[in-house]
Design a protein around this ligand. Structure first.
Ligand code: ADP
Ligand code: MG
Length: 620
């Protein structure tokens, strides 16, 4: 920082302590980085059991200790670990391309020691002496060295983190945020390393524990609970350059964020936006756009295609063939989903069971912990005709109502539209055949499947799915059909600009619109699949939907239009249907490729298995 110039020197080589502190900033950003590095070292040391202890006071984390039963270190090696770039894992740059250890840069311990007080206790495996080595390093300077009686393995205690870098210390978020980050990273590391038994304690209270196992699902159940594990289906795919294995959730289990999409590449838990996005894309319309699945995927990729040396924290990786890898993941997820029965099962939580018992009633609802209803029925409700809006007085309205004549005719017409021959491949998904019992509240279809199962189907969601597949798959369904009388719609000027741009896209979908000037548009034709019975209000609604739908959503205009047309044309919630009509909906739904959700990702059906019914009636 000196300003001298005249003949003096302004450039100087930094002393090693300063260099280390600067480098430390990259590796050790916050407490969680310390935890990650120490645990990864323990894994690299071949530990079978690793214990993590976090100690905190109100102000924050005061100590991090990681203890392992791994290979340990000789006294000579122990002293070396605090020297920058001292590593036992890499000797030449070529080794980088065949890295099988989590560490290799030899930076972590030196960096941590540069900004904290580190106490290292270690004894090599198979050592014949009782004593091991004990070293204390503060701010990069060795303060103590001695012997102490220890078991084989290594224990690293980190205290006074960032004591000499106040800015970094102040920058720490509050304690809970830091603990949450530690939790998050440990979840990922634990899952990626089922061969290790982990014990994580905070202030001596057990937080997260896994046992050595060859069954990854066991670890998932330990960490995320049985309810989560139950909703998972296996994924596996073998390609010349990569093997994909792991588990993903049925659509019934989804979350608001993608925090539970955990990806390990070559047993290293990494964060990779591209692969995470591919997992979500594999769900297609099985999930609403703002919901994310739970997924635990392990990718074994040819090490030559993976560069982990992107950042000192090694949390990011650079993938050659990224496009192929991403596409393979999407495809593996997609195919796993299409192979499985995805009808969510109704779960009565035990706790609630007891409450119900004491109240003397039996009722069921999906356990909120498992299947959060993805999206409230907002979109469906918009389509409700005024007469069908549930009014409080009608809460106990008769469940089975007689359909009106005009209603039946209209429904028949709509069902005929979706029975268009379309050269669709036969039923692929695993929906059981079922017999309709009747309709409830003009919304739900009750049906019985072979083995005493009760299946409840949302008629609007189901028909929306049917429509959607018709429209997306069949060109004829999208053919424009001219209206007998062209309809005129008026839009505010701000909409007009957007609509103008959409005219060509709409035309491809069979909606033929011409601009008339000053916010007026003439609708000449609608897709054949919508039929001619729709009035101009319906088209106006369609345009409103188009205007109001979120332009940032990551689907194409065409996809948006298809979804809106399907939603608008499908039989509304609140439309009373005959049993025969209900049966037709069910049959048509079974012939779709993705029968389990509507195009917005909401479920089309839920099931009460026979076993579940028996359990609820205490027949077990
Ligand atoms: P890296 O892991 O990149 O090699 P580190 O600074 O994390 O760098 O560790 C330096 C070296 O210290 C490692 O290469 C390893 O030989 C040794 N080491 C660190 N932690 C342990 C441990 N828990 N058990 C045995 N050896 C360890
Ligand atoms: Mg390391």
């Amino acid at each position: 920082m000196t300003q001298e110039w005249a003949g003096g020197r302004t450039i100087r080589v930094l002393d090693p302590a300063t260099v280390n502190q600067i480098a430390a900033g990259e590796v050790v950003e916050r407490p969680v980085s310390v935890v990650k590095e120490l645990v990864e070292n323990a894994i690299d040391a071949g530990a079978r059991t690793i214990r993590i202890d976090i100690t905190s006071v109100q102000g924050g984390i005061v100590a991090i200790r990681v203890t392992d039963d791994g290979c340990g270190m000789s006294p000579v090696d122990a002293e070396l670990v605090f020297t920058p770039h001292a590593t036992s894992k890499l000797t030449a740059i070529d080794d980088l391309f065949k890295i099988h250890t989590l560490g290799f840069r030899g930076e972590a311990l030196a960096s941590i020691a540069a900004v904290a007080k580190v106490t290292l206790v270690t004894k090599p495996r198979g050592s014949t002496t009782v004593a091991g080595t004990r070293l204390v390093v503060i701010g990069g300077v060795q303060k103590e060295k001695g012997e102490t009686g220890v078991p084989e393995g290594t224990s690293v205690l980190v205290e006074e983190l960032f004591f000499n870098t106040p800015a970094r210390k102040k920058f720490q978020k509050n304690l809970n945020t830091e603990l949450a980050r530690i939790h998050g990273i440990l979840e990922g590391i634990f899952l990626a390393n089922p061969q290790v038994s982990f014990r994580f304690y905070h202030n001596n209270r057990e937080q997260l524990v896994t046992d050595r196992t060859t069954q990854p699902l066991d670890s998932i159940a330990r960490i995320f609970g049985n309810e989560c594990a139950r909703e998972l289906i296996p994924v596996s795919s073998d390609l010349p350059f990569m093997r994909i294995s792991g588990f993903i959730s049925r659509p019934a289990l989804s979350r608001k964020d993608h925090d539970r999409i955990l990806i390990a590449i070559n047993d290293r838990y990494v964060s990779t936006a591209a692969v995470t996005a591919a997992v979500k894309e594999g769900y297609g319309t099985l999930l609403p756009r703002d919901r994310f699945p739970v997924a635990f995927l392990s990718l074994a990729i040819d090490t030559r295609l993976v560069d982990v040396n992107v950042h000192p924290t090694k949390k990011q990786v650079r993938l050659s063939k990224e496009k192929e890898i991403v596409e393979a993941v999407r495809e593996a997820v997609h195919s796993a989903l299409s192979k499985n029965d995805l009808i969510p099962e109704v779960v009565v939580p035990r706790q609630q069971n007891r409450e119900l018992e004491s109240a003397g009633i039996a009722s069921a609802r999906t356990s909120s912990g498992v299947a959060e209803p993805a999206v409230p029925y907002g979109a469906g409700a918009r389509g409700l005709p005024a007469s069908a809006t549930p009014d409080p007085g009608a809460a106990i309205a008769p469940a089975l109502t007689e359909p009106t004549h005009t209603g039946t005719v209209l429904t028949d017409h709509r069902l005929r539209q979706t029975e268009l021959a379309s050269g669709v491949p036969p039923v692929t998904a695993a929906v059981p055949s079922m017999e309709v019992i009747g309709q409830v509240g003009g919304i739900y279809i009750l049906a019985a499947a072979a083995d005493g199962e009760l299946i409840i189907i949302d008629q609007h969601a189901a028909h929306e799915r049917i429509f959607y597949e018709q429209v997306s798959r069949s060109m004829t369904a999208r053919h424009a059909q001219e209206l007998l009388v062209p309809a005129i719609i008026h839009r505010p000027l701000k909409d007009a600009a957007i609509l103008r741009e959409l005219i060509p896209v709409l035309a491809e979908e069979g909606v033929v619109i011409e601009e008339f000037g000053s916010g007026s548009f003439l609708v000449r034709a609608v897709p054949a699949v919508m039929g001619t019975c729709e009035g101009p209000e319906m088209i106006d609604d369609l345009v409103s939907d188009l205007m109001s739908s979120d332009p940032t959503r990551p689907v194409s205009d065409r996809e948006r239009i298809t979804r809106i047309i399907s939603c608008r044309s499908a039989i509304k919630a609140g439309t009373v249907c005959t049993r025969e009509q209900c049966q037709r909906i069910v049959n048509q739904l079974r012939a779709t490729q993705s029968p389990f959700t509507c195009p917005h990702g909401r479920p089309t059906m839920v099931r009460f298995s026979r076993a579940k019914l028996d359990e609820m009636f205490k027949r077990t």
